[in-house]
Design a protein around this ligand. Structure first.
Ligand code: ACO
Length: 333
């Protein structure tokens, strides 16, 4: 059975940098409050008319394709993770074909797994490669979320945390033994869905949205921050240990942990729980905020650019988020 190897990584961040101090002009908050609770100093805001989830995904993808030494026509399939698709339908994976000329009408699949989206996408792509259905797959995570939160006192609990951005990897079938994705583990607890969710414009009500919903704040996402924190620090280590046990590996075998950048306090707690020194845990949330499905491929791309990902390294990826959905992936680089 072939293994799936990551042969190229790419990222794209919108130009506009919004600092914590910038946010203090729009709501009652402070640089200190935000940094102490989340580790975030600044984030990027997309530019309307320039950036879309699909265009940002495409820019990250073109970088990954070039670094892989490939051409768009070499790609057999697209798996696109996002919670903030350009349109309600069709998905942003399909819209990638408006930005990149793949030369063929390759299939495209959108994944709705929020913060765990990239892990789910990677796992799906890995199965297609293992079964021999496809050889070269583009796996993308991209989000435009700064327009879903309200930059106001009412929306401040969530709007200070999230940012926009995109990351992508090219996955290719490889016959090299012991290399590539060793395993992925996926979990969901749908009973906790309403602890971190956005109801509208969903399909439960006769009217998907109406002007009253703007006044009442029903069009804003909801997060039970404390509940998310408690579950994240439990399930991140658990799902990493599950993957390690599956491969007869130990925590100390991990060369680098690239966690979903949810919150610096969560990342620190997970690193401590796994006894990993700081230099083995990637954290870039101070620069980009929480970019949901894009955070892992952006962090992986930066780590690779910084020379922190080397041939033979054991790279652990893990995420937890809305659903609740969580997962991990172990990669021998
Ligand atoms: N600036 C200033 N004050 C704020 C802000 C803000 N941006 N947001 C909320 N507050 C206020 C609240 O109104 C509250 O005021 P009150 O005491 O007068 O009622 C006070 O700060 C404390 O609010 P809490 O919600 O209790 O704040 P807490 O200390 O729990 O921190 C946080 C909130 C950061 C969300 C925390 O619960 C947390 O870290 N949760 C983890 C969830 C998380 O990180 N999610 C990230 C996205 S989800 C994911 O990726 C998995």
């Amino acid at each position: 059975m072939p293994a799936s190897k990551i042969i190229g990584v790419g990222m794209y961040l919108p130009e506009e940098v919004v600092t914590n101090d910038d946010l203090t002009k729009l709501m009652d908050t402070s640089d200190q409050w935000i940094q102490e609770r989340t580790g975030i100093k600044e984030r990027r805001f997309f530019k309307e008319g320039v950036d879309t989830v699909s265009s940002m995904g495409a820019k990250a993808s073109l970088m990954a394709i070039e670094r892989a030494g490939k051409k768009p026509e070499d790609i057999d399939f697209i798996v696109f993770a996002t919670l903030s698709a350009d349109y309600c339908f069709p998905g942003s994976g399909a819209l990638m074909q408006q930005h990149i000329d793949f030369k063929r009408n390759i299939g495209a699949l959108d994944i709705r797994a929020q913060c765990a989206g990239f892990i789910y996408a990677l796992s799906v792509a890995d199965q297609y490669i293992k079964t021999g259905m496809y050889k070269t797959i583009l796996v993308v995570g991209s989000e435009v979320q700064t327009n879903v939160f309200e930059l106001s006192n009412r929306g401040r609990d969530m709007s200070v945390i999230f940012g926009d951005g995109a990351g992508a990897v090219v996955l290719e079938a490889s016959e090299e033994t012991g290399k590539g994705i060793l395993t992925t583990k996926l979990h969901t607890d749908g009973r906790s869905a309403e602890e971190l969710y956005l109801e509208h414009p969903g399909s439960r009500r006769k009217q998907r949205f109406n002007p009253t919903m703007i006044e009442t704040g029903e069009l804003l996402p909801h997060m039970n921050g404390k509940h998310v924190f408690i579950n994240a620090v439990k399930y991140f280590p658990e799902v990493i240990r599950e993957a390690l046990a599956d491969q007869n590996l130990k925590e100390e075998d991990i060369s680098l942990l690239v966690p979903h950048q949810a919150n610096a306090r969560i990342t620190v707690a997970v690193g401590k729980e796994l006894n990993l020194p700081d230099e083995k845990v990637v954290s870039n949330i101070h620069k980009y905020g929480n970019t949901t499905a894009a955070s892992i491929p952006i962090a992986l791309c930066e780590a690779w650019q910084d020379g922190r990902v080397k041939e033979g390294d054991l790279i652990a990826l893990a995420a937890f988020g809305s659903g609740f959905m969580w997962g991990s992936a172990l990669i021998r680089w």
